[in-house]
Write a new protein. Sequence first.
Length: 174
Amino acid sequence: MPLFAQVLGPAFATLAAPVQALHAAPLPCRRTGQARIERGRHWLVPVLAALARLPKEGHALPVEVVFSACGQGEQWARRFGRWPMVSRLWAQQGRLHEQLGAVHFGFELRARDGGIDWSVRSVRVFGLLPLPTRWFDGVRCREAWAAERYTFLVDVTLPWIGALIRYEGWLDAQ
């Protein structure tokens, strides 16, 4: 069963067909598209971005994502222009977990209007140090189908720092 179908359960069937198809495609698979990345200006942004291996800022960047099987989950090898961003995802206790650099996120996924909203429910750094979830109330993640394209938006705002990163764009439907 596809990873996102495991986490969403019956709600997976309510996703727009192209969103379902992206998450149910046989692995490995590759998608390409375009993105825009903006980073915040606080002096801690480069440090935090390095911990999570977030990409650098850029506009109209070519995007490539290679989805592959990894243990009981998936690996997403993204490339925004020249900048790689690789993460490992898996299902555990009804949540989607993502390891991104030194940061481990636990997400609750919710199907809405044919897309998927991701909500942060837990964060650990270096696998040991839990961070207060309320620090991540300013995180918005959304996958959708708009204008005949699979679209994504990740917008991260943190207390005391403000904007960390915002990246949005689209991938081909294939």
